[in-house]
Design a protein around this ligand. Sequence first.
Ligand code: SF4
Length: 400
Amino acid sequence: MSETDAHRSPDVKRQSSPGVSRRDMLKLGIGVAVGASAVGGLAYLGGSAPPATERVQSGAGGSKWVHPAQYYRKMSKGSVQCTLCPKECYVGRNGRGYCDVRENRDGEYYTLVYGRAASVNIDPIEKKPLFHVVPGSPIFSFATAGCNLECKNCQNWQLSQSRPEDLRALDLPPAKLVERARGSGCSLIAGTYNEPVIFYEYMLAVAREGKKNGVRSTIISAGYINREPMLELCRELAAVKVDLKSMRDEFYQSNCEGTLKPVLDTIELVREQGVWLEIVYLVIPGLNDSEEEIRDLARWTHEHVGADVPLHFSRFHPQYRLKHLPPTPYETLDRCYEIAREEGLHYVYVGNVPDHRGANTYCPKCGKLLIRRRLYQVAENHVRDGRCEFCGQSIPGVWS
Ligand code: SF4
């Protein structure tokens, strides 16, 4: 997740100390409390009040949220192999995959979070950030528990590193979620805060249901997904924001428990499929902020997806397992901005820095200011029918 797209529920029950990952705790055999006192909160800012807590019924949780998984193959002795993401977990009978939201039940594989929304909010779209998608729009945002990565800098770790049964949830099956979005005045939906890849079947169904009802869907994702499921999802989406965490595989391995190449492949796939794409890069002091790496990032973006794909640099704030690091210095972000512009990218942004020129959109032809943003508000917008109001240059994006 990017720094900007924080889920806003402060009361989701912490499962572990941020200094020790939940997965480390499980490895160490330290139990995670589940029960009345450990049931977390749920953010709901979308109009009508949420229903009372829906208590988890048992082990894997309420059966109403259990749904057949779409991408897996059956193996010997009742095992399965999940083929949704590059981890390709082998899951023994009655076990779960790494992300903790997919379970083998007697040789059949299931997601445990279909319709199980652990966080729901209405956000400004600028918070995702998606800067070239209907600026100023409210976007209906939802999440579940779980993730297929574990980033040491995760800002939503209370969600991403929880098991479904550790969190309270709203029962929001796809049709109901779309109806809530429409009722809240949102024509856009985002799977966000945790990783939409791991609630794939839910996200796909929401996007399809939304399409039928005039509501477009987006995902805010780390892009760690296999090609075939991503291809299928792309057909239903209006926009994808990918958090590209580093240009170095070592960083992915040491900081995220992932690998770089699948993420780059996803970025290229989204672009090839003609789905609107924006990239966010969280700049972490000393870990992924060298001039060489930033230049590699800008060059790769230009060469593989083109100068028109927005690249956002986001300011890091110390959290989760990287509390010992300082926030990103402003000068570093200035330098990132300059490098990306030097490398010819047309739409370079800087997030989490008040009043930075990188919060605004400028016309790549005449240089005039097109969209002025203050925090998550749009103060001025001079894009008319997808063109610069001053010189007529086409500005790529989803503008209406
Ligand atoms: S989606 Fe989950 S279970 Fe499937 S391969 Fe990825 S981490 Fe493993």
